[in-house]
Write a protein of this length. Structure first.
Ligand SMILES: Cc1cc2nc3c(=O)[nH]c(=O)nc-3n(C[C@H](O)[C@H](O)[C@H](O)COP(=O)(O)OP(=O)(O)OC[C@H]3O[C@@H](n4cnc5c(N)ncnc54)[C@H](O)[C@@H]3O)c2cc1C
Length: 461
């Protein structure tokens, strides 16, 4: 097990590589890098370093590997499963200074970017070329953090998750070696797919310093639609209907009645207080968009939808998406003094109704508020489990409800995490989900990081 604290000579080494302004052992800086946005316990690193290049990272990793010092990469710290918490102390490598967009190639729909760039800032710049990077986790995450967590969000049905939009990576390995993997070609069958080994590896296999990302053209035409249903089952059946029709919504979000009620209260919406689907469609022409919306209407009516509103203009569409992105904050404000365990699960789309039912029942059995939201278009549900902070019994109950939900997802052929990653919170379920394949994952970890210095304590128990 790597050592937890750094000796004086180790700090001196870091100073010699990154310079005095870019190394900190102050309590304030260490505290800022001790917790992410989850409930997981904070752990202080001994030092925080802000390197400026792959070469500096290489020198630090080579040294850390020699001296068995844990190193945890850090993007924006917006994770929800404890992914960047330095549980074994050591060095946090904050990638903030790797903040350059290196090249945009509009004809190839590609951008070369350093890992510390925030994706919302990058998209603001790419909009000048009529392009955008589609994965959208809501929080202003870094590209490196999105790659490491394989982030996804609302636009996955049409554009895919981060893994579907990464072509090439520059990675610094645990021993300091710098490799480039992948190519600029749209597809490749050349050897093992190392790009997708690093995507989703949560900083446990290497530090990503640069990436070539696949971009999408900003849609010419778009429209939003809201459909309300009598029951959760009807709403979730409509999800299967829409996805099965061959249409590809840009976003297809599910919000249950309890969530709509809170949004109505705080944001002065007047949506019917029913299970609701919030959808967005992108198209090259207005005519194609009209046809799609007609078909969506027919499918929703077929499932007994009680209200359907489509063709919403940009202002209303932006307001709805703002509300969707701020759902969590809205629920927190509506429940002062209550904390929430944000759960991330997914099942096949056909099983989404069963997953919703199981999670709703797990909450209702404990007389908890039943807040359920999800990226329904890809079977991804985010139940929110309320608990009283500082109350062990209440937290224990929330954890038990969480475990029941996880079992339901696995029994339905799903996964314990669709987009937040394993981090600390999902480690205990890895054997159950992956069986013997987990041993192969461990073997890969041993090969690439034999001294377990990279983000130790994550993914594996
Ligand atoms: C309000 C809110 C809503 C969210 N909604 C969504 C959502 O809808 N979908 C979704 O997918 N996520 C969502 N998230 C989670 C989070 O934003 C994503 O997981 C995001 O990808 C984390 O990026 P980050 O830059 O903050 O990374 P961090 O949290 O800093 O780090 C994430 C992981 O990546 C590693 N890492 C960071 N940079 C590198 C690098 N350069 N090389 C190697 N490893 C690295 C870290 O060690 C850590 O394991 C949400 C978060 C919040 C707070």
């Amino acid at each position: 097990m790597p050592q937890k604290s750094l000796e004086h000579q180790h700090v001196e080494f870091l100073l010699s590589v990154a310079g005095a302004e870019h190394v900190s052992i102050t309590t304030a800086d260490r505290e800022q890098h001790a917790r992410d946005q989850s409930f997981h316990q904070a752990h202080l690193p001994t030092a925080v370093v802000w390197p400026a290049s792959a070469q500096e990272i290489s020198a630090i990793l080579q040294y850390a590997n020699q001296h068995r010092i844990p190193v945890t990469p850090w993007g924006a710290g917006s994770s929800l499963e404890g992914n960047p918490i330095p549980v074994h102390g050591g060095i946090v490598l904050d990638l903030l200074r790797l903040d350059k967009i290196l090249a945009v190639r509009p004809d190839d729909f590609q951008v070369d970017v350093q890992a510390g760039v925030r994706y919302q800032d990058m998209n603001a710049q790419l909009a000048r070329d009529g392009l955008f990077f589609a994965p959208d986790p809501g929080a202003n995450a870094s590209i490196g953090g999105m790659i490491a967590n394989n982030a996804a969000g609302t636009r996955t049905p049409r554009y895919g998750a981060t893994k579907d939009n990464v072509l090439r990576l520059e990675v610094v390995l645990a021993d300091g070696e710098i490799i480039r993997t992948g190519s600029l070609a749209a597809k490749s069958a050349s050897g093992y797919d190392l790009v997708h080994l690093f995507v989703g590896s949560e900083g446990t296999l290497g530090v990503v310093t640069e990436a070539t990302l696949r971009l999408a053209p900003l849609p010419e035409q778009f429209s939003a639609a809201v459909a309300s249903f009598e029951t959760v089952t009807a709403a979730t059946r409509a999800v299967s209907g829409i996805m099965g029709s061959g249409m590809v919504p840009a976003a297809l979000e599910f919000l249950n009645t309890a969530v709509i009620r809170e949004l109505n209260g705080v944001d002065e919406f007047s949506l019917p207080e029913r299970p609701t689907l919030l959808m967005e469609f992108h198209s090259a022409t207005a005519a194609a968009l009209q046809e799609e919306l007609k078909l969506v209407n027919v499918i929703c009516q077929g499932e007994g939808c009680v209200a359907f509103e489509a063709g919403l203009g940009r202002e209303e569409r932006d307001r709805l998406w703002r509300a969707r992105h701020q759902t969590y904050e809205t629920l927190v404000r509506a429940n002062p003094g209550v904390s929430f365990l944000i759960v991330d699960l997914a099942a096949p789309v056909s099983q989404f109704p069963a997953l919703v039912a199981a999670c709703q029942s797990a909450l209702a059995k404990q007389k908890m508020k039943t807040y359920l939201v999800g990226h329904a278009g890809d079977g991804n549900l985010h139940p929110l489990i309320p608990y009283q902070p500082e109350d062990e019994a209440s937290f224990g109950l929330a954890t038990a409800v969480h475990a029941e939900m996880v079992q339901a997802a696995l029994e339905l052929g799903g996964t314990v995490t669709a987009e937040h990653g394993v981090g600390i919170g999902k480690r205990q379920y890895m054997r159950q989900e992956h069986g013997q394949a987990l041993s192969v994952m461990r073997a890969i970890k041993r090969t690439l990081d034999p001294n377990y210095i990279l983000n130790p304590g994550k993914i594996f128990e």
